[in-house]
Design a protein around this ligand. Structure first.
Ligand code: DX5
Ligand code: ZN
Length: 224
């Protein structure tokens, strides 16, 4: 029996006028959550979706949100978003002075807590927060933009992260974010990935009308 591979489509890859159609097709398709990228123009050289987009999406679907904060001082920004139980929230540990306590504060609200690890970020953060991590968002690209290419050290780093996550007494979901094309995703699965954020590089490249077909094909070919 094929294991479940969770898929989190990245709405920053949607054209603004397609957003509602995408959310409706995500619901229909049964994706595992909506990947919502927040960028502040400081931690990364880009600005994307904000609280208005978040609340609009929240108002038309009950799907969990998989929120990726690429911001300085995430402890200040996260409260602006109406996160609720079962949402997933990841931030970059180097962007805050107290990553462990921020993870704890998320868990105290029954929000799944994760660290987003860029290509150059030390995996010591994972080792030191292992007891409070629900998931790890492993960046296969440098954060800030969709449609980039996987960096050279990603797969070997992913293997190291998987080995660390396996040391925990509980299951820590390993989600890869960035350039998760079918070819790359097959290699990422072998290197230890459980789940994928999908954006311009893969399932979302043909618009909402093709999403369901692309999603089905992607999973079928990934399971082969
Ligand atoms: C990039 C974002 C990703 C990106 C994924 O900083 O975190 O979620 O939108 O897009 P692709 O799949 O095209 O790399
Ligand atoms: Zn992301």
């Amino acid at each position: 029996m094929n294991r479940h591979i969770a898929i989190y489509p990245s709405v920053m890859c949607s054209k603004p006028w397609d957003l509602k159609d995408y959310v409706n097709v995500f619901d229909k398709t049964g994706v595992d959550g909506i990947h919502f990228d927040v960028m502040d123009g400081h931690f990364v050289p880009n600005i994307t979706l904000g609280t208005i987009d978040f609340n609009m999406i929240r108002s038309i679907t009950d799907m969990p949100m998989n929120v990726h904060f690429m911001v300085e001082r995430p402890e200040v920004i996260i409260p602006y978003f109406e996160l609720k139980e079962n949402d997933m929230c990841a931030f970059h540990p180097e962007a805050t002075r107290q990553p462990h306590s921020l993870l704890l504060s998320l868990k105290s609200r029954n929000i799944k807590a994760g660290l987003a690890i860029s290509p150059a970020t030390s995996i010591d953060y994972i080792e030191n927060c292992l007891d409070v991590l629900d998931f790890i968002l492993v960046m296969a690209v440098n954060p800030g933009f969709g449609g980039q290419k996987m960096v050279a050290n990603h797969l070997s780093k992913l293997e190291k992260i998987k080995a660390l996550a396996d040391k925990a007494a509980h299951k820590i979901e390993i989600i890869v974010d960035g350039n998760t094309t079918l070819e790359n995703a097959k290699l990422m699965l072998k290197a230890g990935a459980d789940s994928f954020v999908v954006g311009n590089s893969s399932i979302m490249k043909d618009g909402p009308e093709k999403f369901q077909e692309n999603y089905k094909l992607y999973l079928e070919r990934l399971q082969k």
